[in-house]
Design a protein around this ligand. Structure first.
Ligand SMILES: Nc1ncnc2c1ncn2[C@@H]1O[C@H](COP(=O)(O)OP(=O)(O)OP(=O)(O)O)[C@@H](O)[C@H]1O
Ligand SMILES: O=P(O)(O)O[C@@H]1O[C@H]([C@H](O)CO)[C@@H](O)[C@H](O)[C@@H]1O
Length: 160
């Protein structure tokens, strides 16, 4: 039996620039932990993809995710497992990782035309927005889907 096709969407960070160059343009970029996937995530990724020719998702490595303070046992899913789940989505063209606290350095390397986050972010406050705008790109937040968050889901599972 052959390996699932979605595995080819996952690449190491040092291969990301070359892979991005061969994707249909314009490239939309987003990032995050995506620990336990929910409806808010998949709606937001589908809307992000519709803004361009391809969607690149950069995941926080496990070490980077732990530093975000989402909880002592977070992320629940390891980086390789989170990458598989994200790569299996139709909306996603390429998945890679970043190990820093923010994706600024990776964004500066990849120079996407569009940067998106969910509506829980104020894009005007992000250094990444200023980077993308410096090469003529744009940064925007996609409307938040109320009632969906991984942290709330984990609490519900634990507390019943
Ligand atoms: N309900 C939602 N609607 C739209 N976008 C969302 C929603 N939840 C998260 N996002 C977006 O998905 C990306 C990844 O978010 P993240 O992994 O932090 O999800 P989360 O559910 O908020 O997780 P956590 O509760 O662990 O912080 C971010 O860009 C975030 O803005
Ligand atoms: O999954 P999250 O918590 O939305 O992802 C974080 O997003 C931050 C955002 O891009 C502001 O800079 C980022 O800095 C952080 O490393 C997580 O990816």
């Amino acid at each position: 039996m052959s390996a699932p096709a979605f595995l080819s969407k996952i690449c190491a960070r040092d291969e990301a620039a070359a892979r991005v160059a061969s994707l249909p343009q314009p490239v939309v970029f987003t990032n995050g932990v995506f620990d336990v996937l929910h409806r808010g995530h998949v709606s937001y990724l589908a809307q992000a993809r519709a803004l361009g020719g391809s969607l690149v998702v950069a995941l926080n490595t496990d070490a980077s995710a732990r530093r975000l303070g989402k909880g002592a046992d977070r992320p629940l899913n390891r980086e390789a497992d989170r990458a598989c789940v994200i790569a299996a989505l139709e909306s996603v063209s390429l998945v890679t990782w970043f190990d820093e606290d923010t994706p600024l350095e990776l964004i500066t390397q990849l120079k996407p035309a569009v940067l998106v986050k969910g509506g829980d972010y104020d894009m005007s406050k992000l250094a990444e927005t200023r980077a993308v705008e410096s090469w003529g790109g744009r940064a925007l937040a996609i409307p938040f889907v109320d009632g969906y968050s991984t942290t709330a889901l984990v609490r519900k599972i634990r507390e019943g």
